[in-house]
Every structure is written in structure tokens, then in C-alpha cells.
Design a protein around this ligand. Structure first.
Ligand SMILES: Cc1ncc(COP(=O)(O)O)c(C=O)c1O
Length: 284
């Protein structure tokens, strides 16, 4: 089936979908988003994504959006696309109005954009070989736990990483603490203990991160939700990224220096196996 879009419920081939140049998402970055993938026709951790969407909408004062209707429209276009392994992108902006920072009065109709594309599988070799990262100062705003479409600092950091011959960038706070990657969370393993940044306003708390924390604990390991220092990360036994597309992705070098022996570590490998088995067992 072709890749499809749904704009306010109107389904079209993806290249025919459009919104107005007055859309506040386009002009002001005034919107929120989610990315959901499917495994075997089933949307992965769908309820968790929708719960996060509700939180994002509440923070940007758009709780009036009918999320049950959004869910219906997501399912409608996902079914129409009939793509068992899909990437569903959902964006809700405040709507269309002449450019003005203030919210339009009276309240306007939000724009709901959904696209369903074939899921771009991560190169399987990367899970075996691991990736290399560059650290970057975290210059983002103070509420990156809200999944807004304002991603320019993430784009700049990602491009800096690519320009340096790396796969991704890891944000470091001014106090030297490890935050997250440009579109994934970071886990650091030291002496058998997993460290990951607490779910506060300085990271986007990934649905994958939360699922992995349960699986790690279920497997009998210890997770501490505390930020590692950059020094702790550089001298870790293993480092990996977690995310909807990253799953459990080993990081083998950072800033040109190897993590441990510069090979993907055994615990990350084992956890990826546990995660994929859990996906299958849960009917995805
Ligand atoms: C900045 C950031 N952190 C973490 C994640 C991982 O979130 P999830 O596991 O929900 O995909 C994402 C995903 O887009 C992200 O953009």
C-alpha cells in the first residue's frame, strides 16, 4: 500500500497532503508530536504514546483537543495504509491564524497531521557493530520533557555529529551531567548497574526507556534513575541508546575515545534480546 497522510481526517497519498502557510506549527513551532511504530500490524506501546500526547497537549494549553477522536483517526489511516511495519508520525498544531505570538481569540481549530510511512529499519549491522557519538552542550529549553516540534537544537547537534563522522550526539548539561541523545535516551552501565537520567524536565522520558527499566529490573539487574557524569560515561563498561527506532543501540566510541574495549558490550546485547523477545511475547 502507498504511504498515506491524514490531515484533519482527510486521507490522501502522502505527497498530496498540505496545510496552510498560516499554520502556527510552521510559523511559530506551536505544536506537539508523537512517533509510533508498528510491529506486525500492531502499534507498539500505543497507550503510552497517547498518555504522553495528553501530557504534551496539557502543557501547551491544548487540552481541548479530543484525543479519543485523534486515536480514531490514527487507527483509521493506519488501517488504510495496511503496512505491517510502519512509522506513524502525529503532529498537532494550534491551527491557522495570522502570525502573532499570542494565542488566537476566539480559540481556533487545531491542525492534526498524521503520516504513515514504511518503517525505515535501522541497519541491522549497527546493532552488532555499535555506533559512535559526539558530545554536545545541551542548549535546549527548560522543558524538553514536553514533546514539542521545536527541534532545532536537536537538528544542529545531530548535524554536528554527522559532520564529525559520528552517528549521533549526546547532550551534556552545563554541570557535566549526561542527559540524552538527539532522539533517544542514554543508559550507562557501570559495575553491572544501569544509570539513566531521571524522568524530569531535562529529558524526554522515552516509552522505550520506561519499558526497558521494567525489563532490566525484571531480569534482576539494578537501575538507578540518576544522571551519570560525563566522566562516568567515558569510563563506563557499556553505553547504549534507547528509543522507538534505536531499541537498544550500543555506543562504542564517544568523542573518538573507546567505551571499555570499543566493542558492543554483553549486557546491552542481552538486553536487546530480552526486549525483542518481550515484543514478540506481547503480540507485536
Ligand atoms: C529527545 C528524545 N529523547 C528520547 C526519545 C526516545 O523516546 P521513545 O522511546 O518514546 O521513542 C526521543 C524520541 O523521539 C527523543 O526525541
Amino acid at each position: 500500500m502507498p504511504e498515506l497522510a491524514s490531515v484533519n481526517g482527510k486521507i490522501t497519498p502522502i505527497d498530496q497532503a498540505c496545510v496552510s502557510i498560516h499554520d502556527r506549527g510552521l510559523v511559530l513551532g506551536d505544536g506537539v508530536y508523537e512517533v509510533i511504530v508498528s510491529y506486525h500490524d500492531k502499534l507498539f506501546l500505543f497507550d503510552e504514546h497517547i498518555a504522553r500526547l495528553r501530557r504534551s497537549l496539557a502543557y501547551v494549553r491544548m487540552s481541548y483537543v479530543d484525543v479519543d477522536e485523534v486515536v480514531r483517526l490514527i487507527r483509521q489511516v493506519f488501517q488504510a495504509a495496511a503496512m505491517p511495519r510502519a512509522k506513524v508520525y502525529l503532529q498537532i498544531t494550534r491551527g491557522e491564524a495570522p502570525r502573532n505570538h499570542a494565542f488566537p481569540v476566539p480559540q481556533i481549530k487545531p491542525n492534526l497531521i498524521i503520516t504513515v510511512r514504511a518503517f525505515p529499519e535501522m541497519d541491522p549491522a549497527l546493532f552488532d557493530a555499535g555506533i559512535v557519538c559526539l558530545t554536545q552542550p545541551d542548549l535546549r529549553w527548560g522543558r524538553v520533557d514536553i514533546k514539542t516540534i521545536n527541534l532545532l537544537p536537536n537538528c544542529l547537534a545531530k548535524q554536528a555529529a554527522l559532520d564529525a563522522g559520528c552517528h549521533d550526539a549526546i547532550f551534556i548539561a552545563a554541570d557535566g551531567l549526561v542527559r540524552e541523545a538527539t532522539a533517544a535516551n542514554v543508559f550507562v552501565i557501570r559495575h553491572g548497574v544501569f544509570l539513566t537520567h531521571p524522568a524530569n524536565e531535562h529529558i524526554l522520558s522515552g516509552v522505550t526507556r520506561n519499558c526497558l527499566i521494567d525489563l532490566i529490573r525484571g531480569a534482576g539487574w539494578t537501575v538507578e534513575e540518576r544522571a551519570a557524569t560525563e566522566q562516568e560515561m567515558m569510563t563506563a563498561d557499556e553505553v547504549f541508546l534507547s528509543g522507538t527506532t534505536a531499541e537498544v543501540l550500543p555506543v562504542i566510541r564517544i568523542n573518538g575515545r573507546p567505551i571499555a574495549d570499543g566493542q558492543p558490550g554483553p549486557i546491552s546485547r542481552k538486553l536487546l534480546g530480552i526486549f525483542r523477545a518481550w515484543i514478540r511475547q506481547n503480540g507485536y
